[in-house]
Design a protein around this ligand. Structure first.
Ligand code: AHR
Length: 515
């Protein structure tokens, strides 16, 4: 790609209801050493056998009166297609390290019932298994990302699963796949080698895990037509030593990605706070904590750069999002939580962070798609609600596989009780048709922020935009009021003679398109 030397400098003045604050932002074309695209896989999702994500989420009873393919709920499928989710991670999470794939193939009436010991000690009837997951992915039009079992599985079991999935020949396992309805190989490429091996995946030390990784990975074969992208079980949040040991012990060419898991918690693991009933203190704390993702990526990347300066290995943030207390009256082990405008701002801010680190972060998976943690979709019987977080993924789909544009922004602070965070964050990209998209987030719930920018060097003449906001940061979409928080056309952006003027409402996400 030819580097474009154009430098766009946007001088922004932020006007608040209380005072004027000076903001400066610059967007420029990357040079030849930094040019890259924002991988669409940053917009990936995660679906575990946990609570009502798979069962009663994607996979419903035969008698439920919703459009279905078999037992797969098609209204959810259509919603995910609309926002172009690129991949779906499955079957866990912690569940992955207790899952034996051969339980979930063949006639459903013959599949064994196990106990989901991680999530509520509930029966797992294995009616949703390999074929059902891959059919779901194919209906959505996304890539499967399978997490293999290292904790209680064997290298033989993992090798067999891959042969069953990907071998296009005359082996017993390939014939069994054909007998089960799928003669063609599935060509599954994204492959997790364990999950949270430092915790629920086996309580390993990093030294022990990297030995395990190398052993299991040796038997994860590239069957003709499919090159595996193996993802090592990476650090828990700020465990930098885990990253150091993985990068030192595993050669970069054997690892597509190293995972990172980080959840936004307002309190601690025993008191995580309510998803719907909170004040500005909890609002501010959640946003501040979500922004720690930037520090985590910088520090893990710096370690990865020592061993992999050319950035072959993706830092794959394959679990992220806000984790609150479960909704009152629901099974606490099912992790069902509502989703507010605050959570949408967390998603938008985190995705801006990923976009701006997309030279290293080439995959991420929000936890967990339907009815669990920071969901895109909530269901109740045949009813379905799209959450405020869903709408952020809708707004941001313009960044998928677009050319990343470096952006620097000095924002006024959003100050709360003597503490502060930047009020505005942003990222930018240019799509294949040459349209530039700038996603801007105003975290300040009390102030509008006016941005003035000179964009003459972009040679754009038109600006349009869409906005997500609502009257209060606790606003949610409920089954009674499913469209309270929704995307609307944005009219507070003007582009005249190369000058862009934008007024961001308090607590809002705005995505502009410049043509
Ligand atoms: O997403 C819920 C759980 O969080 C996952 O199962 C696990 O990997 C993580 O601890």
């Amino acid at each position: 790609m030819q580097p474009n030397k154009t430098l766009l400098t946007l001088a922004l003045a932020a006007t608040t209801t209380l005072a004027n604050a000076q903001v400066s932002l610059s967007v420029k074309e990357p040079d030849s050493t930094t040019t890259h695209s924002v991988s669409r896989f940053i917009y990936g999702q995660f679906a575990e056998h946990l609570g009502r994500c798979i069962y009663d989420g994607f996979w419903v009873s035969d008698s439920m009166n919703v459009p279905k393919k078999g037992r797969i709920r098609l209204d959810a499928v259509e919603a995910l297609k609309r926002i172009k989710i690129p991949d779906l991670r499955w079957p866990g999470g912690c569940f992955a390290d207790q899952y034996h794939w051969s339980d979930g193939i063949g006639p459903r009436s013959e599949r064994p019932t196990r106990v989901n010991t991680t999530w509520g000690m509930v029966p797992e009837d294995n009616s949703f298994g390999t074929a059902e997951f891959l059919e779901l992915c194919s209906l959505i039009g996304c890539e499967p990302y399978v997490a293999g079992n290292v904790g209680t599985g064997t290298p033989q079991e993992m090798e067999n699963w891959l042969e069953y999935l990907n071998y296009n020949g005359n082996s017993t396992l390939a014939k069994e796949r054909a007998k089960n309805g799928h003669p063609a190989p599935y060509n599954v490429s994204f492959w997790g080698v364990g999950n949270e091996s430092w915790g629920c995946g086996g309580n390993m030390t990093p030294e022990y895990y990297t030995d395990q990784f190398k052993k299991y990975a040796e038997f994860c074969k590239d069957y003709p037509g499919t090159r595996l992208k193996k993802i090592a079980s990476g650090p828990n949040a700020d465990d930098y030593n885990w990253t150091e040991v993985c990068m030192k012990n595993i050669p970069y060419w054997d690892m597509y990605g190293l995972s990172l898991h980080y959840y936004t918690l307002v309190g601690d693991w025993s008191h995580k706070g309510s998803a719907t009933s909170f004040g500005e203190k909890e609002y501010f704390t959640a946003l501040k904590k979500c922004m720690f993702m930037d520090t985590l990526i910088r520090k893990h990347s710096a370690i990865m750069d020592k061993y992999d300066p050319q950035r072959h290995v993706s830092l794959s943030v394959d679990e992220w999002g806000i984790w609150t207390d479960a909704e009152p009256g629901t099974n606490p082990a099912f992790l069902y939580q509502q989703n507010s405008l605050r959570d949408a701002l967390i998603a938008a801010t985190t995705l801006n962070i990923f976009n701006n680190h997309s030279d290293r972060v080439r995959m991420a998976n929000l936890a967990q798609t339907v009815n669990v943690l920071q969901s895109l979709i909530l269901t109740k019987g045949p009813q379905m609600v799209l959450t405020p977080t869903y709408h952020v993924f809708d707004l941001y789909q313009v960044h998928q596989d677009a050319k990343w544009l470096p952006i620097t922004l000095q924002s006024p602070d959003y100050v709360y009780d003597g503490d502060n965070i930047p009020a505005v964050n942003a990222s930018a990209s240019e799509d294949k048709q040459g349209a530039v998209h700038i996603s801007l987030v105003n975290l300040d719930p009390n102030k509008k922020i006016t941005v003035s920018a000179s964009v003459a060097s972009l040679n754009k003449t038109q600006v349009s935009g869409r906005v997500l906001t609502s009257g209060h940061f606790t606003d949610i979409n409920s089954f009674d009021q499913p469209n309270k928080v929704k995307i609307e056309a944005f009219h507070d952006a003007q582009l005249q003679s190369g000058n862009l003027q934008v007024t961001l409402p308090p607590a809002s996400v705005v995505v502009l398109e410049l043509k």
